[in-house]
Design a protein around this ligand. Structure first.
Ligand SMILES: *Cc1c(COP(=O)(O)O)cnc(C)c1O
Length: 549
């Protein structure tokens, strides 16, 4: 039970009151060796189950509620052990239940030590099945209590015990943080820079989960991810075509590669919100003309194709591009496509974002150059600060030379990586793999509730001739074909229908008159609050709040 002991997890036991005294006593004896929470009604069961994510298993001793509770647990956790206790024979249990549980126990049939052993095996199997690849190895290694004879020099925290100031740090961070602060010298854990062992397995798992062909963990933020991508694919005097409002790290990417920048100019609406780049800027005609008319380029340089094109996806106001539409328009007239998705690593995990993220799987096979995505895993998923990922989807014809690309990666990596940061990337991946859809459902629903409430309040205040904030969002949405007030559309419909969020010129709440069809959607979870004073046409209203206030 070693691997479970240190997790301190508990067992949730549902025990219906009408069981005999004898079975309760037997049950108590059986469960003595585990930390347990007992509940005797299904309301409590659901409450405790939903609020406690540190459960090692669920024990159900019930007849009439059995099916409902099993369904309830399995909806959120396909793996947690469900053990059904019965005094009867198991043939009375419905087949549907039997298919979704791990064990049926008759507590009068076998000895307590035998039954305890059975439970322990189920619990260990469960922990093993959910342990992330690298983080799991790191925990196991730390549990071996080895003296470290390598860097970092604090030797698993021992150094901090030698001095009151160090002790302060040790007490604050806790021993595990410091004992897990290992470095490159532990062969069991593999190597980030040499790309081997559990680190490599974890990166491959992230590639699978995020639909990339290859994924790199980068421990110096997306600022470095962006530069690695550029350094790996672009060189002196190559032509670059970049969203002018890109992050500064892309500018450094161009400085360091000595690329020649040309900028796409995003639209702006009358509220000052930065909109999407025009789709026609990706056409061959536009790009050819732009190069031909650029007086700074030599005749030789004008013969080149665009080496790299970069876009921010989603924008800071939550506009997300239809990536398939861009692939189709580009029609291979740039050699590499880069989407800076620093604030958008979650898109893969909810169908509302279908086709609107870099690593999207095309429904129909559209030709495309190598595509790169930068994710600040630490920004909107659960990783330590600076922990980021670089994802690559290889071109349909043009392939990435990974020997060269790996060199660019090495150029930006420390030879003493922080292993806990790697673990946090591995954990983020495993969490999203396990319940990404569920987490996103909850997040998007929260945002929808907030959006509806603000829309309602705005109308209530308006009925008293008073102002209230509003959100930059559709006032009306096509609900089953009928334009309906946003706040009156059912949550579930808004959660499941991308077209509610797609910008369209016929329903111009957004202020971009010339928006292309099916090109851009508003991310439901990016909320832009508007103050009164300026309407969407750019005219001043009667009353307003100056921006400085
Ligand atoms: C934050 C950000 C980055 C840089 O990411 P860090 O992880 O902070 O280095 C790059 N691009 C965009 C669009 C960002 O918002």
């Amino acid at each position: 039970m070693k691997s479970i002991d240190y997790l301190n997890w508990s067992l949730l036991v549902f025990h219906e009151l009408d069981s005999t005294y004898e079975s309760s006593k037997q049950l108590d004896t059986l469960l003595e060796s585990f930390a347990t929470s007992f509940v005797d009604n299904k309301t409590d069961f659901k409450r405790v189950y939903s609020s406690n994510k540190a459960l090692i298993g669920v024990v159900l001793n019930s007849d009439e509620n059995l099916e409902e509770l099993v369904k309830f647990v399995r909806k959120t956790n396909p793996k947690i052990p469900i053990i059904v206790l019965t005094e009867k024979d198991s043939s009375t249990i419905p087949l549907q239940v039997l298919n979704s549980i791990n064990l049926v126990m008759n507590i009068f049939e076998d000895s307590i030590p035998f039954l305890t052993g059975q439970l322990e095996i189920e619990f260990e199997k469960y922990i093993k099945s959910i342990k992330p690849i690298f983080f799991g190895e790191l925990m196991d290694y730390t549990q071996k209590f080895k003296y470290p004879w390598h860097t970092p020099g604090h030797a698993g925290g021992l150094m901090f015990m030698t001095n009151p100031i160090g002790k302060m740090m040790l007490d604050f961070y806790g021993e595990n943080t410091l004992r897990a602060d290992l470095s490159i010298s532990v062969p069991e854990l593999g190597s980030l820079l040499d790309d081997e062992g559990p680190v490599k397995d974890a990166e491959n798992n992230s590639a699978r989960v995020f639909s990339a062909d290859k994924t790199y963990y980068i421990l110096n933020g997306t600022s470095s991810v962006n530069q690695v991508i550029w350094k790996g694919r672009v060189t002196k005097d190559n032509l670059a075509f970049v969203d002018r409002n890109c992050h500064k790290s892309l500018n450094y990417g161009m400085v360091i590669t000595e690329a020649i920048p040309m900028y796409m100019i995003p639209r702006r609406n009358s509220l000052g919100i930065i909109g999407p780049v025009k789709l026609n800027e990706f056409t061959k005609e536009y790009i050819d003309t732009m190069i031909a008319e650029n007086s700074k380029l030599t005749a030789e340089q004008k013969k080149q194709k665009i080496k790299m094109s970069a876009l921010t996806n989603s924008t800071y106001d939550g506009l997300c591009y239809n990536v398939n539409k861009i692939k189709e328009t580009l029609n291979n007239n740039v050699e590499n496509l880069h989407f800076d998705e620093a604030w958008y690593a979650y898109a893969k995990f909810h169908p509302i974002y279908k086709n609107h993220y870099a690593m999207t799987e095309s429904d129909n096979f559209i030709e495309h150059p190598p595509i790169f995505a930068s994710h600040s895993t630490h920004k909107l998923l659960g990783a330590f600060s600076q922990a980021s990922m670089l994802h690559v989807k290889d071109g349909t014809k043009d392939k990435v030379d990974f020997v060269v690309f790996d060199e660019a990666y090495l150029m930006y990596g420390s030879t003493s990586p922080q292993y806990s940061m790697i673990a946090s990337l591995d954990v983020s991946t495993a969490m999203m793999d396990f319940s990404g859809k569920e987490l996103m459902d909850e997040t998007i629903l929260n945002a929808i509730h907030f959006r509806k409430r603000i829309a309602q309040l705005n109308k209530e205040y308006a009925s008293f001739n008073q102002w209230f904030f509003s959100l930059w969002q559709p006032e009306k949405v096509s609900y089953n074909g009928v334009l309906t007030n946003f706040e009156d559309v059912p949550d579930k419909y808004l959660l499941e229908n991308q077209n509610c969020w797609t910008l369209d010129s016929s329903n111009n709440w957004h202020g971009f008159n010339d928006i292309e069809k099916d090109y851009v959607m508003l991310d439901p979870i990016k909320l832009t609050l508007k103050c009164p004073g300026l309407n969407i046409d750019g005219n001043y209203e009667e009353i307003g709040i100056p921006a400085s206030i």
